[in-house]
Write a protein that binds this ligand. Structure first.
Ligand SMILES: [Zn+2]
Length: 345
């Protein structure tokens, strides 16, 4: 079990990254991995904080989050004798920092500037150029510093997407339980309950999130971080990723311009909740209240692409047993679930 040692969530916490590292007993050279847009919004605040605390630091900008970029950053880590790699930005910047630091056996810190999915706090990584279209376990951040004053300024669409990724735990845990019963797979109650609690809290606070109130944004960030911790406790993405994620990954490979990860997972959760005999109407209504997509049209994909993703989802990751079964949904079954839930017209 690898868990973060320090988690700071709140307004104006980004200027405390340096103090946090000192408190944790670290010294040495730091490297900040960030994107071009967030550089001035957040990365420079982090650099000042590190310099004030006596750390040497430099910034590298990532553009696309590919394995080539990870290799380039690994060279930087070696050339500059970096000890601590800090990902500052959205999921992509954090994933590049996570993977490059793991490959070089260096400490990793996460400073998310958006709350669009649970990768900001999880030990998982996914990226173009890797041999699979889904996430796998890398390593956990030593600390997470989530500045809600920065996150609250991100586009609302990212917040809504983050809610979709948290609601996904409603079906991910059901799939995990099913795999435990049918396949004898390891199942951890504690990790499962932690993931479910996050989805319950997002459901309960949907209105506060919709208005972007301080408490709403904070609830979402805490939920995403708890999901990351749930995966760290389980040592697998199981508590957070089931059939709804398989649907999302399948759709991402089919649609020429896929929607955001959490948006597709949200719609996947409606579909999977129906298959599980769960309260899919609740999931749909909460997503709609939050302002996240609930239909193919809102995901900007065709009905045909949804049906294809539904019939193909089980093959994305054959070892991950879910409600989709080993042979997947037939086209008729896919058509039925997508029509009844109103995902397609
Ligand atoms: Zn996810």
């Amino acid at each position: 079990m690898q868990l973060p040692r320090e988690v700071l969530i709140g307004k104006e916490v980004a200027p405390h990254v340096g103090e946090s590292l000192t408190r944790l007993g670290f010294s040495g050279t730091t490297l900040i991995v960030t994107g071009p847009k967030v550089r001035s919004i957040a990365a420079e605040i982090v650099v000042r904080s590190l310099e004030n605390a006596g750390f040497k630091s430099s910034i590298v900008i990532t553009e696309n989050a590919t394995t080539n970029e990870v290799s380039a950053i690994q060279r930087e880590i070696r050339d500059r004798n970096v000890e601590i790699v800090i990902g500052v930005g959205g999921g992509k910047d954090i994933d590049v920092a996570k993977l490059s630091s793991m490959n070089e056996l260096k400490t990793f810190l996460s400073v998310p500037t958006a709350a669009s999915h649970d990768g900001i706090a999880s030990p998982l990584v996914s990226m173009k150029g890797l041999d699979r279209p889904y996430s796998y376990v890398a390593h956990s951040p030593l600390a997470i510093i989530a500045d809600t004053s920065i996150i609250a300024k991100s586009p609302y669409r990212l917040i809504a997407s983050g809610c979709g990724d948290v609601l996904a735990k409603y079906t991910a845990v059901r799939d995990w339980k099913l795999a435990h019963r049918i396949k004898g797979e390891y199942y951890g109650d504690y990790a499962a309950e932690l993931a479910l609690m996050s989805s319950r809290l997002v459901i309960k606070n949907a209105n506060a999130i919709r208005t972007m109130s301080d408490s709403g944004v904070r609830t979402l960030v805490e939920a995403l971080i708890s999901c990351g911790v749930a995966m760290s406790i389980a040592g697998t993405s199981r508590p957070c990723s089931g059939s709804e994620h398989l649907f999302s990954h399948a759709l991402a490979t089919i649609a020429p311009k896929p929607a955001l990860h959490g948006e597709m997972c949200g719609v996947g959760t409606i579909l999977s909740a129906y298959l599980h005999g769960g309260n899919w109407e609740l999931i749909r209504d909460v997503l709609a209240r939050i302002g996240a997509p609930t239909t193919a049209k809102e995901l900007s994909v065709s009905a045909e692409q949804v049906l294809e993703a539904l019939t193909r989802a089980h093959s994305i990751r054959p070892e991950r047993y879910t409600i989709l079964g080993e042979s997947g949904l037939t086209r008729e079954a896919a058509l039925r679930v997508a029509s009844i839930t109103g995902v397609i017209e």
